[in-house]
Design a protein around this ligand. Structure first.
Ligand code: TYM
Length: 328
């Protein structure tokens, strides 16, 4: 039987080049070989305040973007997290088997709760919902960027603990993190992750950005004064980030990229990086415009929803029974 791979992205605004390289591109590579699931994590999105109309528009737009990026709906099950009522129920049963201490130690929770004193309890329990997404789908592998690694590891801990307490129920999932592109950094502040929520949009490339603007963002990326295209994240975070982007999009190794540009100045190097990024994005944008105006999306999501429900319902029933909920 094929191994199962699963990942999700939040529909909060247009996804970034970081999301594409860290998660979607990996899924495209895996779809040939694995039983693949990719979903829209809309329930995760509401852990912080969202405008309802914008959120709903972003959901379909993200499905169209998945497909425009190369997620093949014949090889992947694509669904919306909130279309399946079992996930939140499973999440609750898992929450009652997860410790407050574990959740409050998560790096993302610590960062985000520091930024806003009025954070919701959903921000704290967010990784358990993620564990429910993963475990209730009998997942083997979870391709993510490095920022989500800790959450996948927590899902493993929760599964192991649950299996010990209630008997063999869940598979123990493994995060898949590539050697390059696991954390694309902000172009202006290369010590920070490229993030949708960044205040300065000059450092963030979104997949639907105007291509001239994309070029400008890359050309004005922060570098250093050394003028050597060399991978060194400590002393040359800006250049290393551009090398990382170039390497991920061309499938060349870091060493190959360094040697390709050993005689280049930063201007030439940035132009080449911009060419590659613009090429990839222009292709995605053309496809996106066709898909978003087509009528296939609802059919794909209905199919995905049914499959997601069918698999998770079995876990839901089994959990209820082992935990002692409901009637005999
Ligand atoms: P989200 O929406 O924040 O990010 C989606 C994916 O993109 C990766 N990523 C990056 N990779 C490289 N460089 C970056 N700058 C960068 N920024 C983001 C993330 O690591 C992630 O893989 N909680 C998840 C969504 C989720 C999920 C799941 C994922 C919900 N349930 C179950 C896997 C399995 C999230 O908020 O991702």
């Amino acid at each position: 039987m094929k191994k199962r791979v699963l990942t999700g992205l939040q529909p909060t605004g247009v996804i970034t080049l970081g999301n594409y390289i860290g998660a979607i591109k990996q899924m495209i590579e895996f779809q040939e070989e694995y039983d693949s699931y990719i979903f829209i994590a809309d329930m995760h999105a509401i852990t912080i305040n969202q405008d309802p109309i914008e959120l709903r528009n972003n959901i379909k737009s993200l499905v169209a973007l998945y497909m425009a990026c190369g997620i093949d709906f014949n090889k992947n099950t694509i669904y919306i997290q909130s279309d399946n009522p079992y996930i939140a129920n499973i999440s609750w049963m898992l929450e009652c088997n997860t410790y407050y201490g574990e959740l409050s130690r998560m790096t993302q929770f610590k960062d985000k709760s520091k930024k806003n004193a009025n954070f919701t309890s959903g921000l704290l329990t967010y990784p358990v919902l993620m564990a429910a997404d993963i475990l209730a789908m009998d997942t083997d592998y979870v391709p993510v960027g490095i920022d989500q690694k800790q959450h996948v590891e927590l899902a493993r801990d929760i599964a192991i603990r649950y299996n010990k307490k209630y008997g063999e129920t869940f598979k123990i999932p493994e995060p898949i993190i590539k050697s390059t592109g696991t954390k694309i950094m902000d172009l202006q502040y290369p010590d920070k992750k490229m993030s949708k929520s960044s205040e300065n949009q000059k450092g963030v490339i979104r997949l639907l950005d105007d291509l001239n603007v994309v070029r400008k963002k890359i050309m004005s990326a922060t570098t250093d004064s050394e003028m050597v295209v060399k991978f060194d994240t400590v002393n040359k975070p800006g250049i290393s980030n551009l090398i990382n982007i170039y390497s991920s999009l061309t499938n060349k190794s870091i060493k190959e990229v360094e040697s390709e540009f050993k005689d280049s100045n930063y201007g030439n190097f940035k132009t080449k990086v911009a060419d590659v990024v613009v090429d990839v994005l222009s292709d995605i944008q053309n496809k996106y415009n066709e898909i978003i105006n087509g009528d296939k999306i609802d059919e794909i999501l209905d199919h995905g929803m049914l499959k997601n429900i069918e698999i998770s319902k079995v876990f839901y029933e089994k959990m209820k029974k082992s935990i002692g909920l409901g009637r005999k």
